[in-house]
Design a binder for this molecule. Sequence first.
Ligand code: UD1
Ligand code: CA
Length: 455
Amino acid sequence: MDHITAVILAAGAGTRMKSKLPKVLHPVCGKPMIEHVIDVTKKYAQKTIAVIGHKGDQVKKAIENRGVDFSWQMEQLGTGHAIMQAEGLIEDKGKVLVLCGDTPLISEETIQNLIDFHQKNNFHGTILTAEFENPKGYGRIIRDQNENVLRIVEQKDATQEEQKVKEVNSGMYCFDAKLLKQALKLITNNNEQKEYYITDVIEILKKQGHKVGAYIVKDKMDIMGVNSKVQLSEAERVMRERILIKHMEEGVTIIDPSHTYIEKDVKIGKDTVIYPGAIVKGNTQIDEDCMIGHNSRIENSIIHTGVQIQSSTIIDSFVDEYCTIGPYAYLRPKSNLGKKVKIGDFVEVKNSTISDGSKASHLAYIGDAEVGKNVNIGCGVVFVNYDGKNKYKTIIEDNAFIGSNTNLVAPVVVREKGYIATGSTITKEVPKGALSVAREKQKNIPGWVERKGLL
Ligand code: UD1
Ligand code: CA
């Protein structure tokens, strides 16, 4: 395969978004638009260059870790002018893919088809196009009577006759690098918008006797540019559907796709069932045979086989096989559950490891703890980890029993098979196998109510 340089145009202002956020940083399915485009270029290009300008610092910061080079376009004098800014970074060899930062639905398949079409036909410049019922606003593809591409004409420069053409320019192209660089030197801003158009390169190449062509996209949505919040929601819907279809085709059961939100990088195993209202984000991995109950939110977490989750929130956590979570449990960052752990209703866990077979069935707070195997944490137990200034750790060894409504005042250790009586406030180590009672003895005062005349 030839050397490929990708250039992503992202310097425009995006005025119609009416937002403080630069257009290309608006997220679609949880990821900035431009990152979706970068995901695709990374598949094909040895080098990716982003042309930035409007709020460029912010754009640069957001994608700096994606291994792209940057070119600055200080004044937005047109798409051709934008590419000229990247010229120094474009190598003479191979091909150049030109893409836009605001087309998040562009797929790997379409880019592959564009490159293949370009190569198979020995073209020197190939436009990615689509046929639109309503082509208004787009550049039109002008072909001769033999269907050969001649040039692209912008809406504003088009004659009445040309405006009737339904084949539109996506703004994405594949060029031979050397010829593109030569042609860029020849484009002028002699047009309606007084801009340097990349589209002029096609006509220049053609006139120089080189071969140009157009590849018509299969799924029109691939080239949809997002210019407004309405189009942003449309892109979100399309991408969401594509993601859900992919999972269903691979064996995931999604009860109601219109109410399920799964981000692009999430992985889900076969026969996992996802109920309505589930939101699964980031780098989450869910294995086979899990149940993700309604209104659950899972972010950047690993969930192993057979886990049952009901209406719960899980963030930056690890859940091993066959755990049951919820309803209404909250696993905050760094919760690390072993196999067959039960975290029941209204239990909050944070920065804690809970080993195989342990249970906290209801109403507890477990923070900064190391909990061993087969530990029972009763209803209403609080791991008192914070003194207003510092956080402290609690260690509970295997097979311990923490009675209901216990306060474990950290730092504190409960040794193996330690048994804490209900309602205790534990401030000292509980030895192995000991019963620990840390509460006032009950005292009954006979006749007290009547003497006081209370009832
Ligand atoms: C462009 C094409 C048009 C095509 C349409 C598809 C030209 C002249 N026209 O028109 O044929 O149908 O895209 O959406 O190329 N940009 C810069 N610097 C600039 C100008 C633009 O980086 O100086 C970037 C924008 O941020 C955007 C992309 O280039 O990502 C396209 O720019 P835009 O102004 O939207 O081009 P259109 O007028 O829509
Ligand atoms: Ca546009």
